[in-house]
Design a protein around this ligand. Structure first.
Ligand code: C2E
Ligand code: MG
Ligand code: MG
Ligand code: MG
Length: 288
């Protein structure tokens, strides 16, 4: 143990950051060809409405499997896609493919549910964002009334005239906006008050230590109340245990998402899920 000090530690540190840089370069190179090589796929994670005890919708999550690198997490490659500008073509692919999946689900005869798609701030900032989205909706036959865009606080940060205009247009189409990773960004109360978003999605980091960190319950409770006071619905992500679920039911949280109900599913398994799961909460057991 005592050897891991001084010079040795610095060396380890340098090796580590060298490794990081090399990996980033590798990812960059492979990412540029990933679309052409058909290396992306999508999975869909259910969102459950606690008030209606039914499936509210699914969130499309991107997966990347490269022959050399194996499975790479979106938390690793999305930032690189943003830095290289590849996010625009990748983002369009995600939108088109997930809308096609939604149309296939609809054709399979299941009751339609909402499709949520993550949108990078860079995509949203593009002047032609609304037009390109409209083109994809036309092309795929996706019903905008069932589409929700998950945007982060940084997309809304520069809440300038053009953002306002885009949000108004999306709203006119009937598209929902939810604020993803809420609590991790920098939006002020003032900005929050002005944002035309319908759903606050509380970041997973807030539920992880719900019962262990001091004051954590008070913070999450306040976030739920804040959302409700601003006439928004509130979703808690990363729900893994029945204790967490029970607590959220008690606090009137509207929607939850997490491994407790379902991991992200392949397109076909979404239909199986919808057909086999008709209720999520056993009332009387969980809620008095
Ligand atoms: P996010 O949008 O906040 O998605 C939630 C992440 O939490 C997903 O990770 C999901 O698989 C994971 N998760 C859900 N429930 C649980 C749970 O109960 N426990 C745990 N431990 N994790 C849970 P994933 O799929 O790795 O995605 C990570 C992030 O990458 C996403 O965070 C999102 O910011 C980004 N991302 C994923 N797909 C896309 C995409 O198509 N476009 C863009 N721009 N970003 C994407
Ligand atoms: Mg999301
Ligand atoms: Mg999130
Ligand atoms: Mg997140």
């Amino acid at each position: 143990e005592s050897k891991r000090t001084g010079k040795n530690q610095i060396k380890e540190f340098e090796d580590e950051s060298k490794h990081q840089i090399l990996r980033t370069v590798e990812i960059e190179k492979a990412l540029a060809q990933a679309l052409d090589r058909n290396e992306f796929s999508l999975v869909y994670q259910p969102k459950v409405s606690l008030t209606q005890n039914r499936l509210e919708g699914v969130e499309a999550l991107l997966r990347w499997n490269n022959r050399e690198l194996g499975h790479v997490s979106p938390t690793d490659f999305i930032p690189i896609a943003e830095n290289t500008g590849l996010i625009h073509s990748i983002g369009s692919w995600v939108m088109r493919e997930s809308c096609r999946a939604w149309v296939r689900w609809k054709k399979s005869g299941v009751k339609p549910f909402t499709l949520s798609v993550n949108v990078s701030p860079l995509q949203f900032a593009r002047e032609d964002f609304v037009e390109s989205l409209q083109a994809i909706l036309d092309e795929t036959g996706m019903d905008p009334m069932f589409l929700e865009l998950e945007v982060t606080e940084s997309s809304m940060l520069s809440y300038e005239a053009s953002t306002r205009e885009k949000l108004a247009q999306l709203h006119q189409f009937g598209i929902l906006i939810s604020l993803d990773d809420f609590g991790t960004g920098y939006s002020s109360f003032r900005q929050l008050r002005e944002l035309p978003v319908q759903v606050l999605k509380i970041d997973r980091s807030f539920i992880v230590n719900l019962f262990t960190d001091r004051n954590q319950e008070a913070i999450v409770r306040s976030m739920i109340q804040l959302g409700h006071n601003l006439n928004m619905k509130v979703l808690m992500e990363g729900v893994e245990t029945s204790d967490q679920l029970e607590w959220l039911l008690n606090e009137q949280c509207d929607y939850v998402q997490g491994y407790y109900f379902s991991r992200p599913l392949r397109e076909k398994d979404v239909v199986k899920h919808v057909k086999s799961v008709t209720t999520y909460i056993e009332f009387g057991k969980t809620r008095a």
